[in-house]
Write a protein that binds this ligand. Structure first.
Ligand code: DQA
Length: 143
């Protein structure tokens, strides 16, 4: 089983940006955590991060017929990107939406999620563990 983990804009700034919201661990340590977890569970994982909407769309398109599941934290594109939603619908790969913070308790402009309309589950407010839970949900859904 192959799972693609996608992180959107500013998630490469983990450990630097708003530590009170996102914690003090960096993106590199998130990738390490995800890879260790995937290894333990016996699944293959690719971690991808981009600050560009089109690059994320292309990465999702490239996953067609190659990946069994997608775990995505689209960052701010969560609240704006119909293009990312359409890409996910196009490839039709089971998708989990993850947010590090409790988005539902934050600003009004964060209350809309386009990706949520396709994802079979949304995990929020669990920090880095949300990604691991996302991987587990895909494994569960596929078995
Ligand atoms: C986020 C929440 C978004 O609203 C924000 O724009 C992010 C990160 C999260 O992981 O909590 O960049 O997706």
């Amino acid at each position: 089983m192959k799972i693609l983990v996608i992180n959107g804009p500013n998630l490469n700034m983990l450990g630097i940006r708003e530590k009170n919201i996102y914690g003090d661990k960096d993106y590199k340590s998130l990738v390490k955590l995800i890879k260790n977890h995937a290894k333990e569970k016996g699944v293959k994982v690719k971690c991808y991060q981009s600050n560009y909407e089109g690059a994320i769309v292309t990465e999702i398109q490239k996953a067609f017929n190659k990946f069994d599941g997608i775990v995505i934290n689209p960052g701010a594109y969560t609240h704006t990107s119909v293009a990312i939603l359409d890409a996910l619908k196009s490839v039709n790969i089971p998708t989990v939406e993850v947010h590090i913070s409790k988005v539902d308790e934050r600003e009004d402009f964060r209350q809309i999620s386009f990706v949520k309309k396709f994802a079979f589950i949304t995990i929020t407010g669990k920090g880095f563990d949300g990604y691991l839970e996302g991987i587990d949900e895909i494994i569960k859904a596929k078995s």
